[in-house]
Design a protein around this ligand. Structure first.
Ligand SMILES: CC(C)(COP(=O)(O)OP(=O)(O)OC[C@H]1O[C@@H](n2cnc3c(N)ncnc32)[C@H](O)[C@@H]1OP(=O)(O)O)[C@@H](O)C(=O)NCCC(=O)NCCS
Length: 213
């Protein structure tokens, strides 16, 4: 091995760690865990996809993610519980680096609902969006009939801003969505940030396409 090669710094894969779970880039090896988590129809009830019935479905999802990251479209991350392993997918989407905004989306396997995993994952995502990526606005959507998701978003500091009509297509149906937002100034003093800030660490660097300009 040449001297230059032996001195090259190791590339640390990007991940964000909290007290009980971490968010990391998923790989094809995670397909069977995703199949187990999202084969429950309750988990995918509000989505335009699922439930998974075959491992080829999460494999197809996973194999498209590298291109989504390269083009700055979607930063999907696997939530991995430190004790119980893979728990679900959460991520940032609809990036506008110019306007410094993005939205979050999340699903967890049912065993993780109501455990605080969602709350901690939102603390990690908000830290990533505002502190690491330099965003000004962290948004989200929910189906107005999905009360659990709506409550969960309000509980992590987002404000309900209104309803967007016919915003989300499910097959031939165009669904209304609640729109939520959290601005950097509110995040800076939010109870969720205060609860987790000194227990979060980011390792490696997120893909370049997601940084605010
Ligand atoms: C949405 C999701 C990530 C939230 O995580 P969670 O662990 O279930 O949520 P939390 O425990 O953090 O919060 C749930 C809130 O809803 C409340 N809630 C629970 N069941 C409810 C119900 N059937 N109706 C209304 N509210 C409900 C809880 O009391 C809690 O509110 P509170 O904090 O005011 O007490 C998770 O339920 C999930 O993965 N759901 C399936 C996928 C999905 O719908 N994703 C969101 C798409 S927008």
């Amino acid at each position: 091995m040449s001297a230059a090669a032996s001195e090259a710094p190791a590339v640390v894969p990007f991940a964000i760690h909290g007290p009980t779970l971490s968010l990391r880039i998923p790989t094809l090896d995670d397909a069977s865990d995703l199949l187990a988590l999202a084969s429950d129809p309750e988990v995918t009830r509000w989505f335009s996809w699922g439930p998974y019935t075959d491992v080829s479905q999460p494999r197809r999802f996973l194999s498209g993610l590298e291109e989504e990251r390269r083009t700055g479209h979607k930063l999907d991350l696997l939530a991995v519980h430190h004790e119980h392993g893979p728990a679900g997918i959460t991520g940032l989407y609809e990036f506008s680096p110019r306007d410094r905004r993005c939205v979050c989306g999340t699903w967890f396997g049912r065993a993780f609902w109501g455990t605080g995993a969602n709350r901690e994952s939102k603390a990690l995502l908000q830290q990533l969006a505002f502190d690491t990526l330099g965003m000004q606005r962290f948004g989200s959507y929910s189906n107005p009939r999905n009360e659990r998701s709506t409550r969960a978003l309000l509980g992590v500091g987002l404000r309900h801003e209104g309803v967007l009509r016919g915003f989300h297509r499910h097959g031939d149906e165009y669904l209304d969505v609640n729109v939520f937002g959290l601005l950097r100034e509110q995040w800076a003093t939010s109870p969720l940030r205060a609860e987790f800030a000194d227990r979060i660490s980011v390792v490696g660097t997120p893909p370049e396409a997601f940084f605010a300009v």
